[in-house]
Design a binder for this molecule. Sequence first.
Ligand SMILES: [Zn+2]
Length: 292
Amino acid sequence: MSLATTSSLSTIFLCRGSSGVERGPEKAGVGSSILPLGTLMFIDTHSHLNFPDFSEDYPDVIARAKKAGIVAIINVGADLPTSKRAVELAQKEDLCYATVGIHPTNTNNLKDEDYQKLEELAQKKKVVAVGEIGLDYFHNSIPKEIQKRSFEIQILLAKKLNLPVIIHNRDAHQDVLAILEEKEVKKGVMHCFSGDINLAKKVLSLGLHISFTGNLTYKKNEGLRAAAKEIPLKKLLLETDCPYLPPQSRRGKRNEPGFLVYTAEELAKIKGISLEELGEITTNNARELFKL
Ligand SMILES: [Zn+2]
């Protein structure tokens, strides 16, 4: 990020009246550069610019993300083609990083050679995690045993390569926790958290991070906001899961990394801190976990 970009950004956001907190130039996190006064920064830790929804206009989407203070975008794979595309985007775009993985709803008919291809992809530059992997009992399209086997194989891959995991969990809390515990998974994030405080506590006790999407801003999600209030700042991450789950004010639209700020505003309000502070803390958390 150039100085010119960051100073115009701070002007934009200070005009928006987002925080107004003054602070001197300081080291803002692992591997970051010196930032000017009042700069907002966020990392979208779970994005899908690697999906066909963005194939036409991803450069514009990335340009808008930069203007909104996004300093890194992690594009998450959901099968082999989208994992490959995430790696390509990471090689092409400074702002982008990649993860590779097979989503539980895509685990049918996988062969050993598919996992070998995944392992090769996982070793490319700027691949920062294995994911998204996990269990999805909501869609109910793939037998549980097949999903579990694939989840376990990919956890072992992450451990072999010393990478964190990005976990997808839908209506499968008990089985996800049991596998994470049994395989002693200590580095990773429960993405798009949608549980209650009890689940959050169990996830935290394993040492994992918890990430929120735009669903934190939905009117009916009081329980989710109550859980967020209890989660230590040190363990929080932000994500869009775009093109899905746009924040309340953008519902019905395609979500994109630049909309992350709405979720961040909600989370800052819940935690009773400034938007800038929340941005800095969650950015540092993401940099530490994914070694950005
Ligand atoms: Zn996703």
